[in-house]
Ligand binder design. Structure first.
Ligand SMILES: [Zn+2]
Length: 284
C-alpha cells in the first residue's frame, strides 16, 4: 500500500516539475550570460544549467523539489494556504491571479516534507516566477509553519531562497514576516536542530535580512545575486564604483557570508552528505 502512495506522490511531483522546468523560447534556448544557443532538451536535461557556460537558469519550486528529494518521498505541507490581499491594494488581486495562471502556484512558496538520501527533512522553496518570490503574509506564514513542523517533529530544515524581498502591496504586514520567520527559527535553533539555507538567484531585501541569512550552514548557487539593497542603489548612495562580481555568490563566499558555492548538479549530494554528518551519531 505504501508503495502505491509513494508512486502516486512521485508521479504528482514529476508532473508539476515538468511544468516548472520551462524556459521561454522555441526549440533553441539562448543563454543570458554567454549569449550562446542550446537545444531546449540539452538545457532541460542539464537541470536548467547552460551547457556552454554553466549559467543557472531560474527554476520553479516543484522542479527544484524534484531535483533534491528522493523520488516518491514528496508530501506537500499547507498546499491550500491561500493568497490574501489584506490592504485591498489596487490591482493586486489581478497581479496575483496572473502569477497563479503563469506558475500554477497559489503563492510564492512551496513547502514539503520528504527524504534526501533516505533522511527525512522539511524543505521550503521560494519561486521567483511568482511576483519575484516576494514575501507576502501568506509566504511568511507558510515558511513559519514549515519551521514549526520541523521543530515539532525534530527534523532538519532546508530553505531555498529566491526573492526580490518584501511584497510591496502588503506593506508593514510583509515586513512583519521578517520578525515572524526569524523568531520561529530562533525557537527551532534552541532545540539544537539543523537549518541549511540555500541562496539562489536572486536573494535580496527582507528575505536576505531574515531567514535566508540565519542558516547554520549557508550554501549558494553559482552566480546568484545575494544582498540586501541592489548594487545600483548602493552605487548611487555611496558614489563609488563597486568591485567586479560584487554581491555574487562567489564574492559572498570569499567574504565569509556564504559557506560554499555549490553547482545545481551537486546540491542533492551535498545536502545528503550534510544531513548524514549532522544526524545523531552521523559519521563521514
Ligand atoms: Zn551560457
Amino acid at each position: 500500500m505504501n508503495n502505491i502512495f509513494a508512486r502516486r506522490r512521485a508521479r504528482l511531483l514529476a508532473m508539476k516539475a515538468i511544468r516548472d522546468n520551462y524556459i521561454p523560447g522555441d526549440r533553441l534556448v539562448s543563454c543570458p550570460r554567454c549569449g550562446g544557443e542550446s537545444q531546449r532538451k540539452d538545457v532541460a536535461g542539464n537541470l536548467s544549467v547552460c551547457p556552454l557556460c554553466g549559467y543557472h537558469f531560474p527554476i520553479g519550486a516543484y522542479y527544484r523539489l524534484s531535483t533534491v528529494l528522493d523520488p516518491g518521498s514528496f508530501r506537500e505541507l499547507n498546499e491550500k494556504l491561500p493568497a490574501a490581499d489584506p490592504l485591498c491594494f489596487p490591482s493586486y488581486r489581478e497581479k496575483q491571479r496572473s502569477a497563479q495562471r503563469k506558475t500554477g502556484l497559489t503563492e510564492a512558496a512551496v513547502t514539503a516534507v520528504g527524504t534526501i538520501g533516505g533522511r527525512k527533512c522539511v524543505v521550503g522553496v521560494l519561486d521567483s516566477r511568482y511576483l519575484c518570490g516576494s514575501m507576502s503574509a501568506a509566504v511568511g506564514e507558510k515558511i513559519t509553519l514549515a519551521i514549526e513542523y520541523a521543530a515539532k517533529n525534530k527534523l532538519p530544515l532546508i530553505l531555498f531562497s529566491a526573492s526580490g524581498g518584501a511584497r510591496m502591496q502588503e506593506g508593514i504586514l510583509s515586513l512583519m514576516q521578517m520578525a515572524k520567520t526569524s523568531a520561529a527559527l530562533a525557537r527551532f535553533s534552541e532545540k539544537g536542530l539543523l537549518y541549511i539555507s540555500v541562496l539562489t538567484d536572486p536573494t535580496t531585501g527582507g528575505v536576505t535580512a531574515s531567514f535566508a541569512s540565519l542558516g547554520d550552514i549557508i550554501l549558494a548557487e553559482p552566480g546568484a545575486l545575494i544582498g540586501f539593497a541592489g548594487p545600483r542603489v548602493i552605487q548611487q548612495t555611496i558614489g563609488e564604483t563597486l568591485p567586479e562580481g560584487f554581491q555574487r555568490a562567489e564574492y559572498q563566499e570569499e567574504h565569509g557570508f556564504v559557506d560554499a558555492v555549490v553547482p545545481r548538479g551537486e546540491l542533492r549530494e551535498t545536502l545528503s552528505r550534510l544531513l548524514q554528518l549532522h544526524e545523531k551519531g552521523g559519521r563521514p
